[in-house]
Design a protein around this ligand. Structure first.
Ligand SMILES: [Zn+2]
Ligand SMILES: [Zn+2]
Length: 301
């Protein structure tokens, strides 16, 4: 008999910009490998590299990591693990894409910003150095969690970066420390800044996830948005108060959901109580709409 204690699983995220000569062939073999291990997750591959997130038990994740690192292209790839009781993925996808993170930016990664390790950033912040922490993520990610005093561009989609850069023109001569969830967006974003006249551009190696692993409860506030079924994860262990409020009752809250009216699908912040009370909808109109999101029952195995 199984007990009812939810099993703690791992979500491991990773990326590497590296030339993959035949992405299609790689994709097919890699999908087979993931399915054989019984993993779930989402992996994008392209000629420019790999970007993925896998979800499974400790044993499955270890086997995955060993298998991936056996390939000399990925022997030095870095993984960022988070533990979760909530299911993060329901299926396993491996897909071929031109870009492993959609940016539309035509940059040379040789121009990417200087890497700062989490400890280097923490020491700069401890010394109160005159830097601008620039959040390269989308506005809805920034809303529920960010580094203290960080600047948002703001953008609603990463491909809007070029248009939004004019909002930070005044920082051209200042030391900029850019960050995103795991670092993949910043590699291109900082290259773009360097190619557009910014003088001193750095990025956090491993992004928020790596920083949070090493220094929780220091300079991060709120949650970290993630692009899987969890929607957000806790970075801090103690300072976990929400930065936002429920769109309905205004109670302090940082739980996102998508409106269950399929014609709306808006991402909004909603507390557990209001979820039930308002039929998982963002407005009175949506509440009575006939096209509802199907309730998915997660069958985990
Ligand atoms: Zn509420
Ligand atoms: Zn709605």
């Amino acid at each position: 008999m199984q007990n009812n204690i939810p099993e703690i699983k791992i979500v491991s995220s990773f990326y590497k910009y590296v030339k993959i000569h035949n992405p299609l062939e790689f994709q097919q073999k890699h999908l087979e490998f993931c399915l054989l291990l019984g993993l779930k997750g989402r992996i994008l591959v392209g000629e420019e590299g790999i970007n993925g997130c896998v979800y499974g038990t400790k044993g499955q994740i270890e086997e995955y990591k060993n298998g991936l690192m056996e390939n000399s292209l990925f022997s030095d790839i870095e993984f960022k693990d988070t533990y979760t009781e909530k299911p993060a993925y329901r299926k396993m996808f491996v897909r071929v894409r031109k870009e492993i993170v959609y940016s539309g930016l035509d940059v040379d990664l040789k121009n990417t910003g200087k890497f700062l390790t989490p400890i280097q950033l923490k020491e700069m912040l401890d010394r109160n150095e005159d830097i601008a922490l620039v959040d390269m993520r989308n506005g809805y990610e920034f809303r529920i969690g960010r580094f203290r005093n960080a600047i948002s561009l703001p953008i609603e989609n990463f491909r809007d970066l070029p248009k939004a850069v004019k909002n930070i023109e005044s920082l051209k001569n200042k030391k900029i420390v850019a960050y995103c969830t795991g670092g993949i967006r910043c590699e291109k974003a900082t290259a773009f800044l360097n190619e557009n006249g910014f003088k001193d551009v750095c990025q956090i190696k491993g992004g928020i996830l790596k920083y949070g692993e090493e220094f929780p409860d220091t300079y991060w506030e709120g949650k970290c948005f993630v692009f899987d079924d969890r929607l957000a994860i806790q970075i801090n262990r103690f300072n976990t108060w929400p930065l936002e409020e429920c769109a309905w009752c205004k109670k302090k809250c940082d739980d996102y959901m998508n409106c269950h009216n399929l014609d709306c699908d808006k991402l909004f912040i909603c507390c557990e109580n209001c979820k039930e009370m308002h039929n998982k909808s963002c407005s009175g109109e949506c509440r009575i709409s006939p096209k509802r999101r199907k309730e998915t029952i997660l069958i985990e195995n």
